[in-house]
Design a protein around this ligand. Structure first.
Ligand code: BGC
Length: 441
């Protein structure tokens, strides 16, 4: 049996990612809380992982003991700016405390400034639909970065603007008052303007800052490779989901199949690309689905499927996503800001982790500038409209008792972080079923 280790470069960031609304609990002043109370989600966030109550300490202890040297978390706008005219210094101090906590544990922080949640007062003004949000977001970013800059230089302005705009305004799963592709494009354009304003503001406050956004990249294949219609639908859906933000950041024009908006100030506004990769979609023509531009998407048949059927384990999709990033943004550092799978019993996760990290290693070996990896997630947390039905944590969570339960994947990931690499012994121990794929003779 071959014995080998896929090593990563010195200084590689290994961590997990979380988001405020998903872990803090009692975020009663944002639009998600309201959406939950109105019955749109599968259960409510409640106490979540009780990070606001202080349990971030025990979770970050576990992360640090497992060799993680970084953590990505988000701050909650509705806590920092509870009303348009007030700032909560106490909330900012809590985040400063968390950042000190990371420093004490020897972990590099990445702070996300917007991860799907908006203050209720902003939601009441239609959130990101109108351009006035840009100045409001910039104001919030300035205040927050001023307060936290002593402890953080790695910033993610907005998490998955494409998912925020499309899951809300097109699919109707995220909180919105209106629906439609056009309004989704308006929202995406305003998020680009907000991102660009934030990028400049952060650099003004902290010249050494490294600023990016987290892009959800979804590779896609046509269902029938011979069908011109499926190929066309694949392209429409691919460009619609994947290309809005990136096109504007590389050219200053946001291009999607339904909108072309000039946003010159967005050009060049990133110091790294945050890449979130989960799975690949198979796309076909669907005459019954005008809402999604006559496209239909499903998991490729015969895939290795996750426990709720949400994610197909297709590790080469991570390779393809990184390749796409290097072609779209030559020489730009890339950080994998999310990658993971829902798997309550941890049957698939160990191989999902090993196989994805192996694909990431292949890209590093080509000298493509991948600088870090944040697994989603550290501990089970509130999965938006899917609530508690999906379990993405290295540690499980008993929502009633707040008890954490370690999954085998936590040990595998700890070994990877400590080794700064993936070894044949680890694969043999945690996911022997893919040994031959990762270490062929
Ligand atoms: C989001 C996370 C979410 C994860 C898994 C990503 O799109 O950024 O907040 O928990 O997917 O569903």
């Amino acid at each position: 049996m071959p014995q080998a280790t896929y090593h990563f470069p010195r200084g590689f960031l290994w961590g997990t990612a979380t988001a405020a609304h998903q872990v803090e609990g009692n975020n009663t002043n944002n639009q998600w809380w309201k959406w939950e109370q109105d019955g749109h989600t599968n259960g409510t966030s409640g106490l979540a992982c009780d990070w606001w109550g202080g349990r971030w300490k025990e979770d970050l202890d576990r992360a640090a003991e497992s060799g993680q040297n970084a953590h990505r978390f988000s701050v909650e706008w509705s806590r920092i700016q509870p009303t348009p005219d007030s700032w909560d210094e106490h909330a900012l101090e809590r985040y400063r405390n968390m950042l000190r906590g990371l420093k004490e544990r020897g972990m590099t922080p990445m702070v996300t400034l917007h991860h799907f949640s908006d203050p209720l007062w902003l939601y009441e003004k239609d959130g990101w639909e109108h351009e006035e949000v840009v100045a409001l977001f910039e104001k919030f970013v300035r205040r927050t970065v001023e307060a936290l800059k002593e402890y953080c230089t790695l910033w993610c302005t907005i998490n998955e603007p494409n998912v925020y705009a499309l899951s809300g305004y097109v699919a109707g799963d995220f909180p919105t008052k209106r629906r439609g592709v056009n309004v989704a494009m308006q929202v995406m354009a305003n998020m680009l303007r907000g991102h660009a304003a934030a990028y400049r503001a952060i650099h003004e406050i902290q010249p050494e800052a490294r600023v990016g956004f987290a892009h959800h990249h979804r590779p896609m294949v046509a269902k029938r490779a011979w069908s011109p219609l499926d190929l066309l639908m694949r392209k429409i859906r691919y460009d619609g989901i994947n290309m809005g933000f990136p096109s504007a950041i590389s050219t200053g024009v946001m291009r999607t199949p339904v909108a072309k908006v000039s946003i010159p100030e967005a050009k060049g506004t990133q110091d790294f690309l945050g890449l979130n990769y989960y799975s690949v979609d198979m796309v076909s023509f669907d005459i019954t689905n005008p809402k999604e531009l006559f496209t239909h998407s499903e998991c490729p048949p015969g895939s290795d499927m996750s426990d709720t059927g949400f994610i197909a384990n297709i590790p080469t999709g991570l390779f393809d996503s990184i390749k796409w990033a290097t072609r779209t943004f030559p020489n730009l550092p890339i950080i994998i800001t999310e990658n993971g799978v829902e798997d309550a019993d941890d049957h698939m996760r160990p191989r999902y982790i090993a196989q994805h990290i192996h694909q990431m290693w292949r890209t590093v070996n080509f000298n493509w500038p991948v600088k870090g990896y944040f697994h989603w997630s550290l501990v089970d947390n509130f999965e938006w409209e899917r609530g508690w039905t999906q379990r993405f944590g290295l540690w499980g969570l008993d929502v009633e008792t707040q008890k954490r339960i370690k999954r085998p994947s936590a040990d595998l990931y700890a070994e990877i972080c400590k080794e700064n690499g993936l070894s044949s012994e680890m694969v043999q121990k945690y996911c022997p079923e893919v040994f031959d794929k990762l270490f062929p003779v």
